[in-house]
Design a protein around this ligand. Structure first.
Ligand code: SAH
Ligand code: SF4
Ligand code: F3S
Length: 469
């Protein structure tokens, strides 16, 4: 048994890692033929993409997908630790699994993802949910087949490594979208923002080799994918751990030259955004003018306590530069309210930066204490009622700008990648603009996966309506 240990995860020992090829031991192939699985994913795109790998592994084991968890032979939770409510959801689901297990002792249940990396979670599972089959961490979900099979004989298997293991290439992938694909470029995060648990659950920063990334994208293009999203907790840090003279800007350029119709990337940290990257984004038509640039707070005092390493002024300067260089840029962000010691004045600075940036989209959160992070130790926590009230005021403001920005698009013709048929209206479709805005539109002779020119007829806060031109 390997249990997680945050102390070990925190130490930034610069270990050399090697790249390994994934292979499924022949003895596990179709081992579970005729059985079904239900996989529930919580959290960010990183987890969604891990789930695409996990589903492919389960299929290779012979499992088939089941949408109703009450009918599945295996229930697997790919969990998220980012805020307390993510925890609560996963534990709620484990509670439901417990009832099912009482009725169906053959039910197999596993937990993987970020929560598996937390000492307190694993301790609670050993105490309260010891009937689980396995708990496996983010660094070794490729070991699920062996652990699941072993658990059938020996009961609960806990295999969680606190430090990242070697990079595994060549994982099979069961992609959820036939037109849009996620491609990991960098794993982990070295930023250690004081509120955030990700560096502990995902390990230190490790870039994939550029050849491996470009080869994966080339294959996706051959398979007809139209949009590639380069993934990382901090994509701008790409290459720093691997190359002297090859960074995210160079990678973006190389990906653009493969003639990918649409390239996106998440998430960019304001700290690592270089002029070269801006230049590359501005000069390539196939790099989408849509940037997610989490600001977290507008108060310099709070930004410092958060360990974000930029100021309100330097963030605004970067935004000005981006808006000046990249025509029609859509800017989105993440904001936390109620970080320990946040005053009304600090919060007003956040409201002010929202007014100045006029974001196209924003994910707003109430600060949630994460066990083991430095911010946990700051004594002056903001009371929940104040946090909730600030969140409400913030949401009103961000929503105002979402609608305002969308209204400015009425009458314009935008290129939309058609993704599906509208559930509400016959002959209607939905898709996304270059700036990643959802459009519901009507038109004839449209195939899913087509790029179509759509004239925008109506603006809503979170979507647009339109008609094919
Ligand atoms: N790597 C990305 C974001 C990772 S997590 C970045 O640095 O920008 C996504 C978002 O969750 C963060 O941007 C932050 O706004 C929010 N978040 C992270 N930890 C949180 C916490 N303890 N409480 C509330 N929100 C948090
Ligand atoms: Fe968390 Fe900060 Fe890393 Fe983002 S950059 S994942 S907020 S530590
Ligand atoms: Fe959650 Fe882990 Fe992503 S904590 S946000 S699933 S990296």
């Amino acid at each position: 048994m390997h249990k997680p240990d945050f102390k070990e995860a925190r130490t930034m020992d610069k270990r050399q890692y090697i790249t390994k090829k994934f292979s499924l031991n022949k003895k596990y192939q179709n081992y579970f033929q005729g059985k079904t699985y239900f996989l529930k994913t919580y959290g960010c795109q990183m987890n969604e993409h891990d789930s695409e790998n996990i589903e492919a592994i389960l299929k290779a084991l012979g499992f088939q997908k089941e949408d109703d968890y009450e009918k599945a032979d295996l229930i697997l939770l790919n969990t998220c630790s980012i805020r307390e409510n993510a925890h609560n959801k996963a534990f709620g689901m484990l509670g439901r699994c417990k009832h099912l297990k009482e009725k169906r002792p053959d039910l197999m249940v596993g937990l993987c993802g970020c929560m598996a990396q937390e000492e307190t979670v694993v301790a609670s599972i050993l105490e309260n949910f010891s009937w689980l089959n396995f708990v496996v961490g983010t660094h070794n979900f490729n070991e699920i087949p062996a652990l699941l099979v072993k658990s059938l004989e020996e009961g609960l298997q806990v295999e969680v490594y606190s430090r990242e293991k070697d990079l595994v290439e060549g994982m099979p992938t069961e992609r959820q979208n036939p037109f849009k694909a996620y491609v990991n470029i960098i794993y982990g995060c070295d930023k250690f923002c004081t509120y955030c648990i990700v560096p502990y659950t995902r390990g230190r920063q490790r870039s994939r080799k550029k050849e491996d990334i470009l080869e994966e994208i080339q294959k996706l293009l051959e398979d007809g994918y139209k949009e590639i999203t380069l993934l990382g907790q901090n994509v701008n840090a790409y290459g720093k751990d691997l190359y002297e003279n090859y960074s995210f800007g160079e990678l973006l350029e190389d990906v653009a030259q493969l003639n990918v119709p649409r390239i996106r990337f998440v998430t960019s940290h304001p700290w690592d955004f270089t002029d070269h990257m801006i230049e590359v984004i501005a000069t390539h038509q196939n790099i989408m003018p849509s940037i997610h640039l989490p600001v977290q707070s507008g108060s310099n005092r709070i930004l410092k306590l958060m360990g974000r390493r930029y100021t309100k002024e330097s963030y605004l300067e970067l935004v000005q530069k981006l808006k000046a260089k990249i025509p029609h840029l859509a800017l989105s962000t993440d904001i936390i309210v109620g970080f320990p010691t946040e005053t009304e004045e600090d919060f007003q600075e956040t409201m002010d930066i929202v007014e100045q940036c006029q974001y196209d989209n924003a994910f707003t959160f109430i600060y949630s204490i994460r066990h083991g992070t430095p911010a946990e130790k700051i004594k002056e926590q903001v009371p929940l009622e104040i946090k909730e009230e600030r969140l409400q005021r913030l949401n009103e403001k961000v929503n105002f700008y979402f609608l305002k920005n969308n209204q400015a698009l009425v009458g314009k013709t935008l290129k939309v990648l058609t993704e599906g048929k509208s559930l509400k209206q016959q002959d209607a479709y939905f898709g996304y603009t270059e700036t990643n805005k959802l459009v519901n539109f009507t038109g004839e002779n449209i195939q899913l996966g087509d790029f179509v020119d759509v004239e925008i007829t109506e603006a809503k806060t979170w979507s647009l309506d339109g008609q094919r031109k």
